[in-house]
Design a protein around this ligand. Structure first.
Ligand code: GTP
Ligand code: MG
Length: 492
């Protein structure tokens, strides 16, 4: 609590002859009737302002008192771990109409998510066309720095080469759109270390990007320093946005070529040999290219859950969660997980009720975009250690999501070997259950070694894009957070 002092009210009727302030405020003895009327009017206005300030202070105090009873939930984890996707699942559960209203506005992200991998495939194909000239460059472009280069035979035949050249030509209009879509999404802000082709947004991007007016809403973009820089309601977009409509038109014209490229034997071979690696969202949208590129496309909820856009700073989402017949306000903080974003988390630590830490277990064969020498699972473990041992967070309820279980299963089925990337994995079976147990044991060990306050760690194996499974996991997490919440309320 802070104590404040304000000047005494000008309406004061105290007449202490010895008080210099009272003497100053007293009307002059020669005051005319007109002057008196003016003075009284001024005093009445000043009183009105004064009363309003008093009311605001009272309301602020009430809000502060009430917000101390709110649940504050932080979603933490490295970039691409699934925090924003989990936030969408919370939104679906506790404020479903708002996600429904946003459907059209996600087109720009999804179009970017589809245009970018098509161009990436073309880049990799280009590099292989020059394979004989410069094999090394092609290998590093296709794989990033992390995988050993299995040999690939060149194009199957001259006619296949010819076919690819035609596809490349037909798909070239997408090139001009990529930059415009990225510019639209990140509002012209370039973030260093965001990786090739990444775009960052802060929440409320739909409205900022399209210059829409805002109504009242329950979402705030929170800047790195200040807590609220913006309050707005995510709104559905007008249909008339030119860039989005242009992209829709170009995509619908290129649809068959894009589908042909995606199914091309050369592309299949590059994927099988892992010389071409695409992220899970790119594969999802390319597998749905027919639907997504059709005229009049409106994203489904599943599409929105698969859409990828990096979070910048911290976004606060507010919703009510019922508890024994009353509503408790939850503040969910969705943070940017890239290394350059992590310093923005700290101001939210001191009053956090709970943390959900997301660690993507599928990422054993991936490296950080911000630091290509660091394995992603290793980064998750290091980050988890920092979170477990942070003094400001020691009272927070702790939940761990071992996420992207579906992607892990699919990778292992394709024959990707864990021990090739995590040498300590040794000769354990290359199967999902064994891999999950291995990673789970490592996270549990980090927790045990950094658990001064003896708090419990609640662990779930998740695929946060799976809405049905997430509904029951979120209910379970909500109940365990509320159990701790009620216990601590009883102690106050
Ligand atoms: N298949 C699958 N995709 C997932 C899963 N979790 C997240 N994704 C996808 O992975 C991508 C990244 O997820 P985000 O939720 O944007 O990641 P984030 O943690 O918010 O990342 P930053 O904002 O950069 O910190 C999105 O395209 C998601 O749809 C999962 O369990 N399974
Ligand atoms: Mg995010």
């Amino acid at each position: 609590m802070i104590s404040t002092s304000r000047p005494p009210s000008v309406h004061s009727t105290t007449t202490d002859a010895g008080d210099p302030l009272s003497a100053l405020l007293r009307p002059p003895p020669s005051e005319s009737e007109t002057d008196k009327a003016l003075r009284l009017q001024r005093e009445a206005e000043a009183k009105k302002i004064n009363d309003k300030i008093d009311e605001e202070i009272k309301a602020d105090r009430e809000r502060y008192k009430k917000s101390k009873q709110d649940v504050k939930l932080l979603l933490l984890g490295q970039a691409e771990s699934g925090k924003s996707t989990l936030q969408k699942q919370f939104q679906l559960m506790y404020n479903p109409t708002s996600l429904e209203e946003e459907r059209l506005s996600w087109r720009v992200v999804i179009y970017y998510n589809i245009v970018r991998p098509i161009l990436r495939i073309l880049e990799v194909l280009d590099a292989y066309a020059e394979l004989e000239d410069d094999e090394e460059a092609a290998t590093s472009l296709a794989q990033g720095a992390d995988a050993a280069p299995p040999r690939l035979s060149p194009s199957p035949s001259p006619s296949a080469d010819q076919g690819l050249a035609t596809l490349r030509l037909r798909l070239s209009p997408l090139q001009a759109l990529e930059g415009s879509l990225a510019h639209r999404l990140n509002g012209g802000v370039a973030v260093s270390g965001s990786g090739k082709g990444s775009v960052f947004v802060r929440s409320g991007w739909q409205a900022r990007a399209f210059g829409l007016a805002f109504g009242k809403g329950r979402e705030r973009t929170v800047s790195a320093r200040g807590r609220f820089s913006f309050t707005g309601q995510r709104s559905s977009l007008e249909n008339g946005d030119k860039l989005v409509e242009d992209t829709a038109n170009v995509l619908s014209l290129c649809k068959d070529d894009a589908r042909e490229l995606w199914g091309h034997p050369m592309v299949k071979r590059l994927r099988e040999s892992r010389k071409l690696r695409l992220e899970e969202w790119a594969e999802y949208f390319l597998n749905n290219i027919e639907r997504v590129s059709s005229p009049g496309y409106v994203p489904t909820i599943d599409d929105i859950l698969h859409a990828r856009i990096q979070t910048m700073g911290v976004a606060e989402h507010i919703f009510d969660v019922p508890l024994h017949g009353r509503n408790v306000t939850w503040h969910l903080y969705d943070v940017g997980g890239a290394r350059g974003q992590r310093h923005t988390w700290v101001p939210y630590f001191d009053d956090a009720t709970a943390i959900i830490f997301l660690a993507p277990v599928s990422a054993f064969d991936q490296y950080l975009t911000e630091d290509p020498r660091t394995n992603r699972v290793d980064d998750s473990l290091q980050l988890f250690k920092q979170i477990c041992s942070n003094q400001l967070l020691k009272g927070a309820h702790l939940v761990l999501f071992l996420n992207k279980a579906d992607v892990l299963r699919e990778k292992l089925e394709r024959g990707v070997k864990v021990k090739r990337y995590i040498t300590s994995y040794g000769d354990r079976p290359n199967e999902a259950d064994a891999v999950v147990s291995y990673f789970k044991a490592h996270f549990a060990q980090v927790h045990t070694k950094n658990n001064e306050s003896k708090r419990v760690l609640y662990t779930h194996l998740t695929s946060v894009v799976d809405t049905k499974a997430m509904q029951s996991i979120i209910s379970n997490v909500r109940d365990s957070i509320f159990r701790d919440y009620l216990k601590s309320a009883a102690l106050v």
